[in-house]
Design a protein around this ligand. Structure first.
Ligand SMILES: Nc1ncnc2c1ncn2[C@@H]1O[C@H](COP(=O)(O)OP(=O)(O)OP(=O)(O)O)[C@@H](O)[C@H]1O
Length: 594
């Protein structure tokens, strides 16, 4: 790159919201939210959307796609709004795949509208609304509607929104998380809607990955010939996961995963907050019960819980009320779990499970903006490589840094290889993107093995089943209380706790703390460094929730400067370039220069 090009690039990088043409009211609102400069996707998308172009925006998870469309959308509505609004249908429609996302987009947009003090009405439609509730919500009509495609279809079918009114009024249609809309089974709903979308309507497609589904939607929805794939989003494989996220793995037997995760958490080798993924709800409760016996408080999040509880759990976790959240992201896998159960001896009891309804519109990982999650742990590997990308995308959001640790058993080698090849790993055994986790030594694992195995034996299938049922009962009760309470106190987060003990057995005092004699000096050192790094990054309890950003320098990053297995070499920058992993002999080549 020559000097002129470099300068042009620098100038572009420094472009402010003002230079992008964003309305001063919106800029003031953003400043109040401590959002001061646009992210790359916002820099490219905002002017194009303001100009009225159709845009297909593909950008990494956490890159700020929501504001990339919300800011120009609101700005357009600020200026086109007329007091004698004759519209019979909304002017803008934002379609998302899950209810959680509906809620998230609504609260982001409403807070901007409030801060700008403009008269715009934005509503959210949910599948739990009755026809009369839908009718009331849409009376007016509001300028912006956020919904899943299925709810809009219900409105069209029941005449709550007239097709003719859509043709007359709809000016902007946004498909957020477009790569997921079809996989959530909304194809027919979308097809039915698009036949009513007028040709003059501006259409935007936002997505984290490119897929044949996005191509299909592009063909289905976009009328305007200006289809823009944003230039800064290259097709290279290292673009898939944000560079500010360091990815690690630990190879271990499936039966040893509990002791490994215990060591990571109890010896404080990973930074908080931590989002842990399991593939089945039963496994999430097994983990929760296991943690409880060691005094580690956690909450579970899954498709079985009532909607209001799920939203509340997310709010509490985002507000920093607890540090560990165990999420199950594949509702289908639970179906599989039940089928497996039926073949076993637990046939009768498993039928009870089938009564728990799983919410098809639920999506833990799909675009949910978890605040300040530093570490994502894959306790079980996801079933698809795309699932991995979405899970890891819950950390390192916007300008934050983050890390992921995947526990990989021999049975999960195939999907792990698939993930590595998606990330762009080659076969030369040098991990470029996903490296062995350097801070956990075999000694550290062995020191906890006896206790972990003892406690794991006490977490029986029956205990798991009972606590799952109990948690569901609690949350149904919670959701009733929540409904009533939040009508009066929408911001009150402290009413209900989701990280309560489920186990009937109180944890033994000797398991709460790991005695010093069990922790070898190398591990103590590793844990100290993680704490120091956390403090250096401002990622402490006191600063949590204030949007602490990744201000710390790479050189202070313990994961890049320390090896639990090779402490002497670490002093000379052992982990900086390469360190041998004791378990598998892979070399770690530093790739992510965030
Ligand atoms: N310009 C900005 N500066 C700092 N933070 C920002 C900026 N824009 C957005 N954010 C914050 O970054 C986080 C991620 O944004 P957002 O949810 O829009 O990402 P996304 O690209 O939609 O991710 P995903 O694909 O996972 O849905 C949010 O907490 C948001 O408030």
């Amino acid at each position: 790159m020559n000097k002129v090009e470099e300068r042009a690039e620098e100038e572009e990088e420094e472009q402010s919201f003002e230079e992008l043409g964003v309305d001063p009211r919106l800029i003031r609102a953003l400043t109040k939210k401590s959002i001061l400069k646009p992210t790359p996707i916002q820099r490219v998308a905002i002017p194009l959307i303001l100009e009225g172009k159709d845009v297909v925006a593909r950008a990494k998870t956490g890159s700020g796609k929501t504001f990339a469309y919300l800011l120009p959308l609101l700005q357009k509505l600020f200026t086109t709004q007329s007091p004698s609004n004759m519209n019979l249908a909304p002017t803008a429609l934002i379609l998302v795949p899950t209810r959680e996302l509906c809620q998230q987009v609504c609260s982001e947009a409403n807070s901007l509208i409030e801060l700008c003090r403009v008269q715009l009405r934005l509503v959210q439609l949910t599948s739990s609304m009755s026809v009369s509730e839908l009718r009331t919500t849409l009376a007016g009509p509001p300028e912006i509607v956020v919904s899943t495609p299925a709810c809009i279809q219900t409105c069209l079918k029941n005449g709550i929104i007239q097709a003719k009114a859509v043709q007359d009024s709809l000016s902007i249609l946004i498909l957020d998380e477009a790569d997921l809309l079809l996989s959530y089974g909304y194809e027919d709903d979308l097809k039915a809607l698009t036949s009513h979308v007028p040709r003059r309507c501006q259409c935007l497609l936002m997505s984290a990955t490119s897929s044949s589904d996005v191509e299909k939607l592009k063909k289905l929805i976009l009328h305007n010939p200006y289809i823009l794939t944003l230039p800064e989003v290259g097709d290279t494989k290292d673009d898939i996961i944000p560079k500010n996220v360091q990815q690690f793995y630990i190879s271990c037997a499936a039966r040893d995963k509990l002791v490994h995760i215990l060591a990571l958490l109890k010896l404080e080798l990973v930074q908080k907050k931590v989002l842990i993924f399991t593939n089945s709800i039963d496994m999430s409760f097994r983990l929760k019960l296991f943690f409880e016996q060691f005094g580690i408080k956690s909450a579970v999040l899954n498709a079985e819980l009532p909607q209001s509880s799920r939203l509340h759990i997310l709010e509490e976790f985002n507000a920093g009320l607890f540090d560990y959240l165990i999420a199950t992201d594949e509702s289908q896998s639970d179906g599989k779990e039940q089928v497996d159960d039926q073949n076993g001896s637990e046939r009768k009891k498993s039928k009870k499970h089938r009564k728990h309804k799983l919410d098809a519109e639920f999506g833990v990982v799909r675009g949910i903006d978890f605040k300040n999650v530093y570490t994502v742990i894959n306790f079980e590997m996801p079933q698809t490589a795309a699932g991995y990308v979405h899970r890891i995308g819950r950390t390192g959001r916007a300008y934050n840094t983050g890390a992921s640790v995947s526990l990989v058993s021999a049975e999960e080698t195939e999907i792990f290889e698939e993930i590595k090849s998606l990330l762009g790993e080659n076969d030369d055994k040098v991990s470029q993107f996903i490296a062995p986790f350097p801070l956990l030594s075999k000694n550290a694992v062995e020191s906890l093995r006896y206790r972990a195995e003892d406690v794991a034996r006490s977490v029986t299938k029956i205990a798991v089943r009972e606590s799952r049922a109990q948690d569901l009962r609690n949350e149904i009760l919670n959701s009733e209380k929540l409904k009533a309470h939040f009508q009066d106190n929408p911001k009150d987060l402290d009413l209900l706790k989701h990280d309560k003990m489920l186990s009937k057995k109180a944890p033994a005092p000797h398991l709460r703390d790991v005695p010093d004699y069990l922790v070898d000096p190398t591990t103590q050192e590793a844990s100290k460094i993680v704490k120091l790094a956390r403090a250096a990054m401002g990622n402490t309890n006191a600063s949590r929730g204030k949007g602490s950003k990744g201000r710390f320098k790479k050189s202070r990053d313990p994961l890049k400067t320390f090896s639990a297995e090779a402490p002497k070499r670490a002093g000379k920058g052992g982990m900086k370039r390469k360190a041998k992993d004791a378990d598998n002999g892979h070399k770690y080549k530093k790739k992510h220069s965030s």
